[in-house]
Ligand binder design. Structure first.
Ligand SMILES: Nc1ncnc2c1ncn2[C@@H]1O[C@H](COP(=O)(O)OP(=O)(O)OP(=O)(O)O)[C@@H](O)[C@H]1O
Length: 306
C-alpha cells in the first residue's frame, strides 16, 4: 500500500501541493486525475523520493522508499517517456536495468512478453512509436515484480489494442495484489481501468472515491407527461433540479427514479416516460475540476489563487 500523508510541496514561493493525503491500496487500480499542473507528477516524484517534500511524507508499506535496499522490487515506476537511451535495443535497455538491480535476464524475457514487445526486442528504442515506448516503460517498471506500480500518463500514445492490453495488465496485476497507481488528465482513460479515483486540482485533493461514486452523482432522468407544468412545480418543491425541454418533457437531477415515481403517484401525475440519461463521467469530472484548471487555451499565464 502507498500512503501519502499530509504532503506539501513548494517550488520557491509556488505552492504545488497543499496538504495532500490519500492511500493507494494493494489489489486495486487507483486513478490519479487532474488538469495540467494540478500536481500529479509532483506527488508521484515525492512518493518515489525523487524530490523532497516541504512537509509530510509518503510511505510504501510503512517505510519510505529510500529505506528499502531493493526499491525496484517495492515500486515500479514510469514517469518519463524518454527514459531509455535511443541507441539501445529494447532488450539491452531491460538487461541493463535488470543487471544493475540484480534481476536475472529470464525476467527480461518475461516482461517483454507481458508488454507484447517480443517481436521488437532487438529494435532500437529511438525508432519506437510513443505507444511502444510506453509499453517498454511499463515493462521496465515491471522488472522487479514490484508490490506497487506508479505510472504517469501510461495510456498516452497507446492505440486501441494497447489500451485493451493495458487494461488487462492492470487488472491482472491488481488481482495478484499489486497497488496500481496511474495518472491521467482524462476521465475517459481512467474510467476504463480504475477501481478508485483520486481527483487533484491546484495541489489539493478534490475527490477520493470509488469509480461508482462518480457514476452515482451523474444520474439524470427524462420525464414525459401531459401534466408537465404542474409536475415541474412539484419536482422543484421537492428539491430537484429541473430543465424543461418542451411542453411534455423535462430532465430531472437530484432525485432517484423511485422518488420521481412516488411523487408522480402523490400528485396524481400520469408518467408516459421515465428514463435515465446519465451524463458522461468526463462531464462530472470536468464540473468538479472546472474551478481548479490552471492552464486554459487562450490564457497567456497561469491563473493564481482564484
Ligand atoms: N521543478 C519545478 N520547479 C518549479 N515548479 C514546478 C516544478 N515542477 C512542477 N512545478 C509546478 O508545480 C505545479 C504542479 O506540476 P505537476 O507537473 O506536478 O502537475 P501535473 O498535474 O503532473 O500536470 P501535467 O498533467 O501537466 O503533467 C505546476 O504549477 C508546475 O508548474
Amino acid at each position: 500500500m502507498i500512503e501519502v500523508d499530509h504532503l506539501t510541496k513548494y517550488f520557491g514561493d509556488r505552492l504545488a501541493l497543499d496538504d495532500v493525503s490519500f492511500r493507494v491500496e494493494s489489489g486495486k487500480v487507483t486513478g490519479f486525475l487532474g488538469p495540467n499542473g494540478a500536481g500529479k507528477t509532483t506527488t508521484m516524484r515525492l512518493i518515489l523520493g525523487l524530490d523532497r517534500p516541504t512537509s509530510g511524507m509518503a510511505l510504501i508499506d510503512g517505510r519510505a522508499l529510500q529505506d528499502y535496499t531493493d526499491p525496484l522490487c517495492q515500486v515500479g515506476a514510469l514517469l518519463d517517456a524518454k527514459f531509455a537511451h535511443p541507441r539501445r535495443t529494447a532488450f539491452n535497455h531491460l538487461v541493463t536495468v535488470a543487471t544493475t538491480h540484480g534481476i536475472p535476464t529470464s525476467r527480461v524475457r518475461e516482461v517483454l512478453s507481458q508488454a507484447g514487445l517480443e517481436a521488437v526486442a532487438a529494435e532500437r528504442v529511438g525508432k519506437f512509436s510513443l505507444g511502444m515506448t510506453q509499453r517498454l516503460g511499463i515493462a521496465t517498471a515491471l522488472l522487479g515484480s514490484p508490490r506497487a506500480l506508479i505510472l504517469d500518463e501510461p495510456i498516452n500514445g497507446l492505440d486501441v489494442d494497447g489500451v485493451r492490453w493495458f487494461r488487462g495488465l492492470c487488472r491482472d496485476l491488481a488481482d495478484s495484489g499489486v497497488a496500481v497507481f496511474l495518472s491521467s488528465h482524462l476521465m475517459s482513460e481512467v474510467e476504463l481501468v480504475a477501481d478508485r479515483v483520486i481527483v487533484l486540482g491546484r495541489g489539493r485533493v478534490l475527490q477520493d472515491a470509488p469509480l461508482g461514486h462518480f457514476r452515482r452523482g451523474t444520474s439524470t432522468f427524462e420525464v414525459i407527461t401531459e401534466q408537465a407544468v404542474e409536475f415541474v412545480g412539484a419536482l422543484s418543491e421537492r428539491g430537484a433540479a429541473v430543465t424543461i425541454i418542451d411542453e411534455r418533457t423535462c430532465t430531472v437531477t437530484g432525485l432517484s427514479a423511485k422518488e420521481i415515481g412516488v411523487l408522480a403517484l402523490k400528485t396524481g401525475t400520469v408518467l408516459e416516460g421515465l428514463e435515465e440519461t446519465s451524463r458522461s463521467l468526463e462531464d462530472s469530472y470536468r464540473e468538479l475540476t472546472d474551478d481548479h484548471v490552471e492552464y486554459r487555451a487562450g490564457e497567456s499565464s497561469a491563473a493564481s489563487g482564484s
